[in-house]
Design a protein around this ligand. Structure first.
Ligand code: ZN
Length: 400
């Protein structure tokens, strides 16, 4: 590999830009900070196959040069007390499934428990699997459950999902009734610092974001969000938040959902969803619909998903340039390329940009960065170097 690298670097000016992008991409450590793929494996999909549907499977991870992917075990806002008490169990089941997936593919996948594992895996031909949890409902308001997750190999937790937990407000909440983190929420953050678990503020309410940054002694990430200055959505971060994240030495992973990337796309997509919701007697606002009738909202979602492919033809084109626009914005606002990465949200979104339809096409991001004049060193940071730095800093803070 080193010989090839020396040759490529010395000849780089002669290389066709397409090959140069491909070379940098394959050689760099590529990290995707968020996917929802484990649900597909649990439903019986064979991820060893290059499947026609879905965003991630083993052949696509290889084709996309992915060295590390955060696989999120998902526990959403519980519908009732019974579900609330089953959240941890649900997550342990998904962790077990993730381990099964890795054990069945020992030549292709390996669980990453620390930054050193990740460094060792580089150039092994395997993709690292980092176990994440989305979201904090999973700990059932009990720090011992959080500690048990850490022992089970969980290295990242997204604090909330669409709506609040008992201890943290979410970005989908109209008002921050808990004023961000409660006292227990602050204990969760401190315990995650102690455990060396990466704190993820994607989905967090702005108030929660600011509380986390005040309390955390380690860098934090927003694993799958975009920039609010470009696309005004509560899931995206304001410029002040981006600057604070940079000051904290943290990182934002840019989400590939066209609805979070493009304001115009989002508006049209929302109008389309509102039309479907209206027919089912639901309010046009998604969060209000979810609160009013979760079952009917799921029905509206299913119809939306089914009709989206044909509706997309009438939507504005969102392609890889939109992802790089958000990367550019973070770089501009924070002053360097040290605080941005990729957080595709693959298998959790229905609207990835054209040309970035699955993990196998991630090199398109590298090609676009190169086309815009990014240096090779900055591209390597964005693709994965920044995440590795954060991972190491979180581990170091845990030991101190
Ligand atoms: Zn999410």
């Amino acid at each position: 590999m080193d010989v090839i690298r020396v040759l490529a670097v010395s000849k780089e000016k002669c290389l066709d830009p397409r090959f140069r992008a491909e070379f940098i991409h394959k050689d760099a450590a590529v990290v995707d900070l968020h996917n929802d793929t484990i649900g597909r494996f649990i439903e019986g999909e064979d991820l060893r196959q290059d499947l026609p549907k879905g965003h991630i499977d083993i052949p696509k991870l290889k084709r996309g040069g992915v060295d590390l992917a955060v696989f999120a075990c998902f526990s959403g806002p519980p519908a009732d007390e019974l579900e609330k008490g089953r959240a941890a169990n649900k997550i342990f089941g998904q962790i077990e499934a993730l381990r099964r997936l890795v054990e069945q593919n020992p030549g292709d996948l390996e669980i990453v428990r620390g930054a050193a594992d990740f460094s060792r895996l580089r150039n092994s031909g395997k993709a690292g699997v980092l176990i994440g949890i989305e979201s904090g409902y999973a700990i059932e308001n009990d720090l011992d459950v959080l500690r048990a997750f850490s022992r089970a190999g969980v290295r990242l937790m997204t604090l909330t999902h669409w709506t609040h937990s008992d201890w943290a407000d979410a970005s989908g909440d109209a008002t921050a009734e808990r004023c961000g983190l409660t006292g227990f929420g602050e204990q969760v953050v401190r315990e995650m610092n102690k455990l060396g678990m990466i704190i993820d503020v994607s989905h967090a309410h702005d108030e929660t974001f600011w509380d986390v940054l005040r309390v955390s002694s380690a860098p934090v990430v927003a694993s799958h969000s975009c920039c609010r200055a470009i696309c005004d959505h509560h899931r995206n971060l304001t410029d002040d938040m981006l600057r604070a994240l940079a000051k904290n030495e943290g990182l934002i992973g840019i989400n590939f959902s066209s609805g979070f990337l493009s304001a115009e796309y989002q508006k049209k997509e929302q109008e389309f969803w509102g039309e479907i919701a209206g027919k089912l007697g639901l309010p046009a606002d998604y969060d209000a619909a979810m609160k009013a009738d979760p079952e009917a909202t799921k029905k509206a979602d299913a119809e939306f998903e089914a009709r989206l492919p044909s509706f997309r033809k009438s939507l504005p084109l969102v392609d890889v340039r939109a992802v790089v626009d958000h990367i550019d914005h973070v770089v501009k606002v924070t002053g360097d390329a040290d605080h941005v990465g990729l957080g595709s949200d693959f298998d959790g979104i229905s609207d990835p940009p054209a040309g970035l339809e699955d993990a196998g096409r991630l090199a398109a991001v590298t090609a676009e960065l190169l086309r815009r004049g990014y240096t090779e060193s900055d591209i390597r940071k964005i693709l994965g170097g920044n995440f590795l730095r954060v991972f190491q800093a979180v581990e170091k803070a845990a030991k101190s």
